[in-house]
Design a protein around this ligand. Structure first.
Ligand code: SF4
Ligand code: SF4
Length: 69
């Protein structure tokens, strides 16, 4: 039986708390459950990130940085 390899991508999700104003747009737009907001946004489920970068696009404070590793 030949070995089988599965490709996967992993994304680092960072929120800069000094720039976040707690608007919750990232929570609303993320198709999974990466963020929670209590005063400022927190990453609560980084492994759920699919790398769509929609949160980066909607964050008017530029507080979110997505890095593919
Ligand atoms: S969209 Fe940006 S500013 Fe708004 S809660 Fe999320 S990280 Fe904070
Ligand atoms: S890149 Fe997409 S899946 Fe990942 S946290 Fe942002 S909106 Fe959610």
């Amino acid at each position: 039986m030949p070995k089988r390899f599965v490709d996967f991508e992993l994304y680092l999700v960072h929120v800069d708390p000094d720039n976040c104003d707690g608007c919750e747009e990232c929570v609303k737009i993320c198709p999974t459950t990466v963020f929670d907001v209590s005063h400022v946004a927190h990453v609560i489920n980084a492994r759920a990130c699919m790398g769509c970068r929609t949160c980066e696009a909607v964050c008017k404070s530029k507080a979110i940085i997505i890095t593919e590793i």
